[in-house]
Design a protein around this ligand. Structure first.
Ligand code: HEM
Length: 210
């Protein structure tokens, strides 16, 4: 019978999916405000006024949801000496030659990179967004600073969107990963193949890598 290992608890999964929902809403409302050609997206939020009112609150929501994940998972995402080896061999990973990859802990170097880029972009989005939030703070912020904030806000949003697409692609590409965030478990085979050091830790077994 197939053996499964617990990867995430129910609170963490709930947190992740709330964050995904808010990220989607903040993203689409942001696009609606970004360029006239995307103005039609305002219809999703009840018109342009509502989009403008809701967007910052949804953005703050994403940040708060991420904060919980950040504190729970930052330790597992710290880079260690083994990660350099993983990065050097990442071309093998892209070629699908998983056997050539060095063993990874709970997260591999690619996942860790995604985690930190998300954290930095979300912090930049929050700080810059507050600076030009008309309803609360913008009146006390000099105009040149607001303009710089708008540019950094848009660049951070672009980068995090690319990284989220990569994150979703990786979750779908590595078969058996999505159930970690839906059911909370992964098969022992998945863990052994993709996160051998984590597999060893949670099972207490030191079986051969392959
Ligand atoms: C439909 C969209 C998404 C899917 C299918 C998805 C799927 C997953 C899966 C399967 C994992 C577990 C990976 C593992 O344990 O190896 C995960 C973890 C995670 N996801 Fe997502 N995700 C999505 C969107 C997002 C978004 C929009 C964000 C952030 C804005 C995000 C942030 C994270 C973070 C921070 C982790 C923990 C990984 C780490 O700490 O390195 N996800 N996701």
């Amino acid at each position: 019978m197939k053996r499964y290992l617990q990867r995430y608890g129910s609170m963490m999964r709930f947190n992740h999916w709330i964050m995904v929902l808010l990220f989607g809403l903040a993203g689409f409302s942001g696009l609606a405000l970004f360029h006239p050609s995307l103005f039609f997206l305002n219809n999703l939020f009840g018109g342009p006024q509502w989009t403008r009112i809701l967007h910052p609150y949804m953005g703050v929501g994403v940040f708060i949801a991420f904060l919980f994940m950040f504190f729970a998972l930052a330790k597992d995402n710290l880079f260690g000496p083994r990660d350099m080896e993983w990065i050097n061999k990442s071309s093998d990973m892209l070629k699908g030659n998983k056997a050539a990859m060095p063993p990874a802990g709970k997260y591999n170097a690619g996942q860790k990179g995604v985690f930190w880029v998300m954290a930095i972009c979300l912090l930049l989005l929050l700080v810059t967004g507050l600076l030009f939030w008309q309803q609360w703070f913008a009146d006390s912020v000099p105009i040149p600073l607001q303009r710089a904030a708008v540019v950094i806000h848009a660049i951070s949003a672009f980068i995090i969107s690319l990284v989220v697409v990569m994150h979703i692609y990786a979750a779908l590409w590595v078969k058996g990963t999505v159930r970690a965030m839906t059911q909370g478990t992964v098969s022992a085979g998945w863990a052994k193949q993709n996160h051998y050091l984590w597999y060893k830790k949670v099972t207490g077994q030191g079986a051969d890598k392959r």
